[in-house]
Write a protein that binds this ligand. Structure first.
Ligand SMILES: C[S@@+](CC[C@H](N)C(=O)[O-])C[C@H]1O[C@@H](n2cnc3c(N)ncnc32)[C@H](O)[C@@H]1O
Length: 198
């Protein structure tokens, strides 16, 4: 089955609607909650999820739902921000690290877990062939550029035009610098793949 499952982002929906007529004939789009997907069991041979999991608190339910809609042998690809893996002696991140992470998106608090946590979740849902790579160096130039643009006068005015002055505060202006944290290893941009057993 070829079906493009979109998140509930209007931007994604807008981009989707711009696709060619030929593609539209072959692909259908649906907007849905990733935790309660309106798809039958085993619907997809390939599931790709880009930067949505950080916004989902119930990671276990999310992975279970992926497992449900994946067909036997299906490939799952997830691109997501993760916090650093804990050492065997650590129970949790340091309080100052947790504070930094909660400030990344203040209005839309994100739920951070580590790559090791994702791998354990996949394992607990019987996924196989679990692989992981740290893509932080590849996304670093994008976030450096985003930081420059956001903190420019043009960037600030563009944000105000879209979101209004009331949404603007010093924490917003500092937000792009939070992404610099991945340079210190606190945040990582990860790609994870796995397969549902046949
Ligand atoms: C950083 S955006 C990424 C959007 C898109 N995947 C992209 O790469 O441009 C995070 C998206 O997650 C979506 N999202 C958050 N919780 C969701 C949920 N429970 N089900 C589906 N989408 C969700 C938000 O609506 C938002 O569009």
């Amino acid at each position: 089955m070829t079906r493009d499952f979109l998140s509930n982002s209007s931007k994604s929906h807008h981009n989707a609607s711009k696709r060619s007529k030929k593609e539209e004939d072959q692909v259908s789009f649906e907007v849905a909650d990733a935790l309660n997907q309106p798809f039958a069991d085993g619907s997809f041979d390939l599931i790709c999820c880009i930067e949505c999991e950080n916004h989902i608190s119930d990671k276990t339910k999310f992975v279970l739902e992926l497992s449900r809609v994946a067909a036997p042998g299906a490939t799952i690809i997830i691109l997501t921000w993760c916090h650093r893996d804990l050492s065997p002696l650590e129970q949790d991140l340091h309080p100052d690290e947790k504070k930094l992470l909660t400030h990344v998106l203040r209005r839309n608090p994100l739920k951070w877990i580590s790559t090791a946590d994702y791998i354990n979740l996949f394992k607990s849902c019987s996924f196989q062939e679990i692989k992981y790579a740290d893509w932080s160096p590849h996304v670093a130039p994008f976030y450096a550029e985003m930081r420059k643009i956001t903190l420019s006068w043009k960037g600030i005015m563009s944000y105000v035009r879209h979101a209004g002055w009331r949404q603007m505060d010093i924490k917003f202006l500092m937000m792009p610098s939070m992404f610099d944290r991945f340079k210190n290893g606190l945040l990582k941009y990860c790609i994870l793949t796995c397969q549902k057993p046949q």
